[in-house]
Design a protein around this ligand. Structure first.
Ligand code: IPD
Ligand code: CA
Ligand code: CA
Length: 272
């Protein structure tokens, strides 16, 4: 019998093909909030993934971004982001994925992130390591923030409440730079495979992070919240790194949370 991970991989590949097909045809979108986009592809991908999961695992709960929680008694719950990177997708910007994670009794045990444009399948199982297209991956060995490339994101919803720009400025001043891919799952996958040294974000949802957090841990990285507490799927923020730069990053975040800035923002008039 196929393992949970093998089944999730197969479903993600099928959903990824569906996303790629919609992407090639061109996309129109609806709005869930002022700037919060949803496309036909989000809904079609979620329908496919949820139908497959229900047919293979009828006793498991499923929480999907578009359809909410389909709850069953029992200890297994699947988290599904049928299209992570919807804003990219809707603009024809080729950076998006489908991600599926499985939790058993509160612990993540399997997860996949599939990027159908690059044909990259990231997969991890608790205690079994992390893989990219079947090859073992590890976090990077960069030892310090001054040799690190990081990523972050900004939410579509409630963006007026988001304080991340303060953290963005400080991190940008002491690292090689910050990428903003528009896909949290890809950012997490890239930390796992060493393309990035770190990632942080406020206000993510469980389906954005479920697979990616497991992937980073299985690749040897460290996952916490931005204050050093445990990384919670429903927590207010998350910080993940290759482990080596973690304390340095949290120290900087601690200062910003207290309103102390190492690098003041330059006045606009200085940028003529
Ligand atoms: C979004 C992306 C983005 C992150 C947002 C998420 P969606 O997911 O992961 O990178 O910054 O917070 O909501 O809406 O494209 O599935
Ligand atoms: Ca998402
Ligand atoms: Ca989504």
């Amino acid at each position: 019998m196929a393992s949970y991970l093998e089944t999730a991989t197969e479903i993600a590949r099928e959903a990824g093909a569906l996303l790629a097909h919609h992407f090639e045809r061109g996309i129109s979108y609806d709005l869930k909030g002022d700037f919060d986009l949803v496309t036909e592809a989000d809904r079609a991908s979620e329908k496919l993934v949820v139908e497959r999961l229900h047919s293979y695992f009828p006793a498991h709960s499923v929480l999907g971004e578009e359809g909410g929680l389909r709850e069953k008694a029992g200890e297994y719950c699947w988290y599904v982001d049928p299209l992570d990177g919807t804003t990219n997708f809707a603009h024809g910007y080729p950076a998006f994925n489908v991600t599926i994670g499985l939790e058993r009794a509160g612990e993540m045990i399997a997860g996949v992130i599939f990027d159908p444009i690059r044909q990259e399948m990231f997969a991890a199982e608790l205690g079994g390591g992390a893989f990219l297209n079947g090859r073992r991956i590890h976090v990077s060995k960069a030892p310090r923030m001054d040799s690190a490339l990081l990523a972050t994101g900004f939410p579509s919803r409630k963006r007026h409440e988001n304080v991340n720009v303060h953290f963005f400025h400080q991190v940008s001043m002491m690292s090689h730079g910050i990428r903003r891919s528009g896909s949290a799952a890809i950012d997490l996958a890239y930390v796992a495979c060493g393309r990035l040294e770190g990632f942080w974000e406020f206000g993510l949802n469980p389906w954005d992070m479920a697979a990616g957090l497991l992937l980073v841990r299985e690749a040897g990285g460290r996952t916490t919240d931005m204050k050093g507490g445990p990384a919670e799927l429903r927590g207010p923020h998350v910080a993940v790194t290759n482990g080596l730069i973690h304390n340095e990053l949290l120290e900087l975040f601690g200062e910003v949370f207290e309103g102390r800035y190492r690098y003041p923002m330059p006045p606009v008039t200085s940028g003529r």
